[in-house]
Design a binder for this molecule. Sequence first.
Ligand SMILES: C[S@@+](CC[C@H](N)C(=O)[O-])C[C@H]1O[C@@H](n2cnc3c(N)ncnc32)[C@H](O)[C@@H]1O
Length: 531
Amino acid sequence: MLKNTFSVLLVLLVVCVAGLDAIAWSAEKQRLGNKVNAPSLTVLADKRLQDPLVMITDEYSRLTGFPISLRLLSVPEVNTLVKKKETGADVAICMPVPAGSKTSLDLLQGTKTVAWEYPSMEPVKAAVLTMHPEAARFVRFAGGPIGHRLWSESSMGFTITPDTSAKAYEWVAEHRVKHTYPLTAMRMLAECGGINDGICIDVGCGLGHLEIELAKRSDFTIKGLDIDPEAKPLFEKRIREAGLQDRVSFVLGDAQDMPFPDDYADVIVSRGTLVFIPDIAKCLREVDRVLKPSGVAFLGGRYIYTPEPCKISTAKLRGIVYKSGVAGAQVISELGQWVKIIGPEAPKAAQEFQGGPHMIANRFVADFGITQGKALLICQRDTMLQQAVQQGFVNTTNLEITALYASEEVAAQAEERIRQGKLASRIRCRAGGLRALPFKDASFDLVAGVGPVLLMEKDREKAMREIYRVLRPGGAALVGGKYLYMADDRKVSTESLRRNAASTGIASIRVYDDVGQWVEVRKGIRDEDGP
Ligand SMILES: C[S@@+](CC[C@H](N)C(=O)[O-])C[C@H]1O[C@@H](n2cnc3c(N)ncnc32)[C@H](O)[C@@H]1O
């Protein structure tokens, strides 16, 4: 009897929760004006893919507001249902069993590979089964940039390149990380404290993308070192096309046993490579041997698309650096995971923090990959910080920038400064408040705000909704900062910001603490294809 009563209560609870979900969902559709009439998307998937697919379906729902139900079964069960056309699903996703065999999805038209298990390189296939309006979009998303990042983050280990050859890396560089090379080069040069000529070695140079950005901004003679002979022709082609063959060359060799004499290089850099080197401590000792006493080394990356099992924790890296015994080596975990070696005679500036506010733009550019189109910079005042952020965007993007100030007077002063700084072709100024942004719906690809601009707002929810309103589909906004010099009683807790965000009804707002306190708003997804 008791058991029956309990079951009835449980069923009632589930129905109530589902009902509340449905009410919340339909309220959100009304509030945000989403034109979604279709029922939720059903994805039938290989149960071994649970970990990455839960992350990917959750993120898709968060960004689009579209509910997805994920059904997980064994591969033979998926195969049988697909063959009998009895899946009841809009999308099917699976990997073959046994490895190397075919799945039922291979028999369907238009099946796509959306990821590869790492290191087995077993492909993950996805097929659209119905005319559901979100089905094809979801498959593209799973194989697109955000899907790629989430497959990589899964503890199972996935990648979106079919092998580790140079050609596969060429694809990743061109389609995923190309926009970050200028930022990385600028940061590396800043970390080197003014060293700008002499010999620069890039450890694990790959295909020469970073070399071009370093060469544009320095007078270095650059040696790209890589263990992969397949990288050489691709590297040399890119360097020739950039007309840099007199200054930039490829050297085949192992970072753990570098083919260079002692005290040879003024600067040694490396991006996206360190975690792939079997003995990192040995590599660091080699870097230290080859680096001049007056030199600086800066090696690391953000490893966003590196399969999770290949990554190492910052604590582990600190241990390796300590045990390597390299004097002057330190781990920096800001905007990535880096090892910096400062030679005993290196410029003093290399020992000081070289980030600077202009580098804040890096975060927006690297995280969202939005470098074209229109950007709104919420400035309010025309401080050194806001000016430096503007300069950062001008240096690293082609965005048409609108700077928003709190009053006509400040906007006019800023406009004059911008005109004198010859930036008027890139930045225009407007006056207005966050609670009623003076722009039409869907005006901007990117909205960026650095400083307590949201914290100072009386009606933060309205401000967040305004930011969402002016974003174009696929656009992104990030507003926040470190608030180092703000009085404690004016700060707002992350929890309270999260409550504000939740009551906007916008599913795609995220509030997080990561080198500062940030509010991120995205509007839908950018419809990009995978490989
Ligand atoms: C993810 S790719 C990064 C390439 C390049 N740094 C970039 O950011 O475009 C890693 C590179 O490290 C190279 N690599 C891996 N182990 C190495 C080693 N022991 N010595 C030198 N290069 C290595 C690979 O061949 C590959 O080109």
